[in-house]
Ligand binder design. Structure first.
Ligand SMILES: [Ca+2]
Length: 378
C-alpha cells in the first residue's frame, strides 16, 4: 500500500482507470480494447458506417477464454467513453483463430476510437447481432458468403433486414466454402453453380452502389462474358439491370448497367488468376463511376433510369443466363453488396481499405483487464 502512495504518477493512472470503468454502460465488463482508425480517410466523416473488426489471439492481451458468456454473448462495442453502444454482427467466430465482426460506427473519421468489451457472465448476444441493424444505412443486400452451401436452404444469408437470402444450385459442396477476401468466400465451378437470391423492392433502387470481391480461376461456362452477379435477365435489350461481367477472352471486367432499353458499362483490364480484387460501381443518374480496390478507374455520364422491368428480375450470384445462353463464372466471390444510394468516393475507399488492410486501417489494443488495482484503493 505504501508503495502505491509514494508514486503520484501511478496513483493518477489507477484513479483514471477506476473512473473510466465506472462511468459508462459497461462497468461490469472485465476486458476492453481500444480500436483507433488511422489517418487513411479523406476528410469526409462517414456516418453509420459498418467497419470490419478482426479479433483473435494475435491481439496483445486477448484470449477467447476471457469471454464469460460464450461464444460471444458478452461482446459489446462502444464509443471511447463507453456511453453509446454500437450494433455489431459476427460474420465468423473462431476460437482457434481470427473472428470477423462488423460494427456500425455512428461517425467514422481519422482517429476515431471505438472500444470492444467482453468478460461478463450471464449475457446474451443482443437482437442487433442478427436483425440487420448494422446494415440499416441504405444497404439493400449484404452477402458475407460465410455459410456452407450444404446448410438448409436458403444457404446464402443476406445480413440486412430485407432478408434477400439466396439458394444454391449446382450441387455445391461444403468444400466450396473456402478462403475469401474477408473470412470465408464461395467458390463457383463455372459449370452449373449459382445462387438465386430472388427479388424485392430493396434490390431495385433508383440510385445504386454494387460491389464484390472476385478472384476468377478459369474461363467458366463461356469465353465471352461470365458474371460475378447479375440483377435481372432478359432475352432482349437491355438484357440485365446491373452487375459485373468478366470477359476471359478480352481480359476485362465490366460494370454493367441496363438503362431504359439499352445496355451500358465501363471496362477495366482484369485477368483469370488475378488475386482477389474489389470492384465497386455507383450510379446516380448522372455518372456511372467504377472503382477497383477503392480507387476510381472510370467515370461515364448517363442519365436514364435503371430498367428493372425484365422477364427474370431476380438477383443471381455467379451467373447470367437466358435460354441456352449460360454465363457462369469460375472463381471465388466474397462480400457482395447492393446499396440503395450512390456512395461517395470516400465511402468506397474506406470500405475497401478496412477490409483489405485491416491491421493498417485500425490500431488495436492492447486488451486491458479491469479489476486488480481497484482493490488497493479500498
Ligand atoms: Ca466473407
Amino acid at each position: 500500500m505504501m508503495q502505491w502512495r509514494r508514486s503520484r504518477a501511478v496513483w493518477g493512472v489507477i484513479l483514471g482507470v477506476a473512473a473510466t470503468s465506472q462511468a459508462g454502460l459497461f462497468s461490469g465488463w472485465n476486458y476492453r480494447l481500444s480500436i483507433q482508425a488511422g489517418q487513411w480517410l479523406n476528410g469526409e466523416p462517414l456516418t453509420n458506417f459498418p467497419v470490419l473488426v478482426v479479433l483473435g489471439t494475435h491481439l496483445e492481451g486477448f484470449g477467447y477464454d476471457q469471454f464469460l458468456s460464450p461464444p460471444f454473448g458478452d461482446l459489446r462495442f462502444s464509443d471511447v467513453n463507453e456511453t453509446n453502444e454500437f450494433s455489431y454482427e459476427v460474420e465468423a467466430w473462431d476460437v482457434g483463430g481470427s473472428s470477423w465482426v462488423w460494427v456500425r460506427v455512428p461517425v467514422l473519421t481519422n482517429g476515431t476510437v471505438i472500444k470492444a468489451l467482453w468478460g461478463k457472465s450471464g449475457e446474451n448476444a443482443p437482437p442487433y447481432t442478427t436483425n440487420g441493424a448494422v446494415w440499416a444505412n441504405q444497404f439493400g443486400a449484404v452477402y458475407h458468403l460465410s455459410h456452407s452451401p450444404t446448410n438448409p436452404a436458403p444457404q446464402i444469408r443476406d445480413s440486412t433486414a430485407f432478408t434477400n437470402h439466396g439458394t444454391c444450385f449446382g450441387n455445391m459442396t461444403a468444400g466450396q466454402l473456402t478462403n475469401g477476401a474477408v473470412g470465408k468466400g464461395l467458390r463457383f465451378d463455372g459449370v452449373d453453380d449459382y445462387v438465386n437470391c430472388g427479388n424485392s423492392a430493396s434490390l431495385q433502387p433508383a440510385h445504386v452502389t454494387f460491389s464484390c470481391w472476385v478472384k476468377p480461376m478459369g474461363i467458366g461456362s463461356s469465353s465471352e462474358a461470365v458474371w460475378a452477379f447479375s440483377k435481372g435477365r432478359s432475352g432482349v435489350s437491355p438484357y440485365f439491370s446491373f452487375g459485373f461481367q468478366f470477359w476471359p477472352d478480352r481480359s476485362i471486367i465490366r460494370s454493367a448497367l441496363g438503362l431504359d432499353r439499352d445496355r451500358y458499362g465501363s471496362e477495366i483490364p482484369f485477368y483469370t488468376n488475378s488475386p482477389f480484387t474489389h470492384f465497386t460501381a455507383t450510379y446516380n443518374r448522372t455518372n456511372l463511376i467504377t472503382y477497383q480496390n477503392g480507387q476510381v478507374v472510370t467515370v461515364s455520364n448517363y442519365n436514364a433510369a435503371i430498367n428493372y422491368n425484365l422477364a427474370d428480375p431476380n438477383l443471381h450470384l455467379g451467373q447470367w443466363i437466358y435460354s441456352t445462353f449460360i454465363r457462369r463464372i469460375n472463381g471465388i466471390l466474397d462480400e457482395v453488396r447492393i446499396e440503395q444510394v450512390a456512395r461517395s468516393s470516400n465511402w468506397v475507399w474506406a470500405t475497401y481499405l478496412n477490409m483489405a488492410s485491416n491491421d493498417l486501417f485500425f490500431a488495436y489494443g492492447p486488451a486491458q483487464k479491469k479489476g486488480g488495482t481497484l482493490i488497493f484503493l479500498r
